[in-house]
Design a protein around this ligand. Structure first.
Ligand code: SAH
Length: 411
């Protein structure tokens, strides 16, 4: 019963963001907590004058003190509610990949990839829940106290709705700590995969280590951008910095690149990247894999007068939140400046930021500053974002973490 829930009362004037349907309540906005609530419990959030604003999941240890389940007072957040949200999120994925007229029948998504994000947290109405499907295996992250409280409902629901017989938990992201939760990694349904899971993306084959790989094992968000790189790569000398398991490198080689130099600091990731080249039947003479620090190795390339026609920069999250933006800006500027210098005239730079704390606007300004300092002129040919199975709620700009630019160096 909604009336028995504990209540978070906001300070005067702090109801604005909830009225705009932003799904987070920060601890600093709270005047009073009425009643007792366990971590993860559903609470009512009301304005200073007592008006109902939202039902939300309580996370007493976090700065994000509550994450909204619903703006409708009549909703009841129970197992059925949570399961319905999950079913809706999964069903929407089929609509994303709707078949073109005249295409063969069958699940439309299968033609693009058998790997995709089924639940994208806040933007799918399931705050802090990530569910990635890799063929018959699901990799799941419960990243807040609020979603963790529903794990025993969510796990069987996922099994039932997807038919996947292996569900593996990767709740080892740092944000769990901020929620007062321990890292949890292990099989939830079935057994932990002993071998990497084989997936297909467009007509590329990849192996995903859901147990030890980064995040849930693979950067699904870059799917369409990998395809874009493939289209741009023909006849070019390519540099792929921060290559992880070589997604962009494989795409570039398939697209007919003359050579691909790939850099990452992770040995196991590069090992997997080499396997990917083999698995996709690519000419290994064209690929060079370098283990090391991109900041240093780009400088080395510059000093050796290296030159490339297509450079991809896909660094890790330098700024998890806006508080880190300044330091991150320096790092983004540094690598973009070096990359622009390494580009031949008319060469292309495909540059990304996956920092929630750096907006698309700010990112563009940083890259523009890098061009000035590099003494080059450049054009924006395209703006890139995450693939459509990573939708962004229009009320939750933080969900738009991945942004990219395709630039052409002019002079
Ligand atoms: N483009 C990749 C994903 C990149 S994730 C894809 O599409 O799959 C970022 C990568 O940067 C990780 O693999 C991480 O190991 C690597 N990394 C982080 N800091 C680095 C550094 N200073 N130098 C080189 N690699 C780094």
């Amino acid at each position: 019963m909604a009336t028995s829930l504990a209540t978070l009362v906001l300070k005067p004037g702090r109801e604005k963001s909830l009225k705009r349907r932003h799904p987070w309540v920060f601890s600093g906005a709270i005047a009073q907590v009425k009643g007792a609530a366990e971590p993860g419990a559903t609470v009512r959030v009301v304005g200073a004058s007592g008006e109902f604003l939202a039902l939300a999941a309580y996370s007493p240890q976090s700065q994000i003190l509550a994450r909204v389940w619903s703006f409708d007072e009549h909703d009841v957040v129970d197992a059925k509610f949570v399961k319905t949200r999950i079913a809706a999120s999964i069903a929407r994925r089929e609509l994303l990949f709707e078949p073109q007229r005249g295409q063969a029948s069958g699940p439309a998504s299968e033609r693009i990839s058998n790997a995709m994000r089924l639940v994208h947290a806040e933007s799918d109405g399931l705050p802090a829940l990530i569910v990635d499907r890799y063929a018959g295996t699901l990799a799941v992250q419960f990243l807040s106290a609020g979603i963790d409280a529903w794990r025993e409902v969510i796990i069987p629901a996922l099994q039932e709705l997807t038919g996947c017989q292996n569900i593996f938990e990767r709740s080892d992201a740092e944000v769990r700590e901020l929620e007062g939760l321990e890292a949890r990694v292990g099989a939830l349904v079935g057994s932990a995969p002993v071998e990497p899971v084989a997936i297909r993306e467009h007509d590329m084959q990849f192996l995903v280590d859901v147990v030890q790989g980064q995040k849930t094992g693979f950067y699904l968000d870059q799917r369409e951008n990998r395809r874009r790189v493939r289209q741009l790569a023909s006849g070019r000398r390519v540099l792929n910095a921060f290559c992880y398991t070589g997604g962009f490198s494989i795409a570039a080689m398939q697209g007919g690149a003359n050579s691909v130099l790939s850099i990452d600091s992770s040995g196991p990731a590069l090992e997997m990247a080499r396997r990917h080249a083999q698995l996709n039947g690519l000419d290994s003479d064209k690929a060079q894999w370098l283990e090391g620090d991109v900041f240093q190795l780009l400088r080395k390339q510059r000093d050796a007068r290296g030159e490339f026609d297509l450079i991809i920069l896909d660094p890790p999250k330098f700024a998890p939140t806006a508080a880190h933006a300044e330091k991150a800006a320096r790092a983004y500027k540094d690598i973009n400046l070096l990359a622009l210098k390494l580009l031949a005239r008319d060469g292309l730079l495909v540059t990304f930021s996956c920092s929630g704390g750096v907006s698309a606007d700010l990112f563009q300004k940083i890259v523009a500053g890098a061009a000035v300092d590099a003494g080059v002129d450049a054009q924006i040919l395209d703006r890139l974002g995450a693939a459509t199975d990573h939708p962004v709620s229009i009320h939750f700009p933080e969900g738009e973490y991945l942004k990219g630019l395709v630039l052409r160096r002019l002079t």
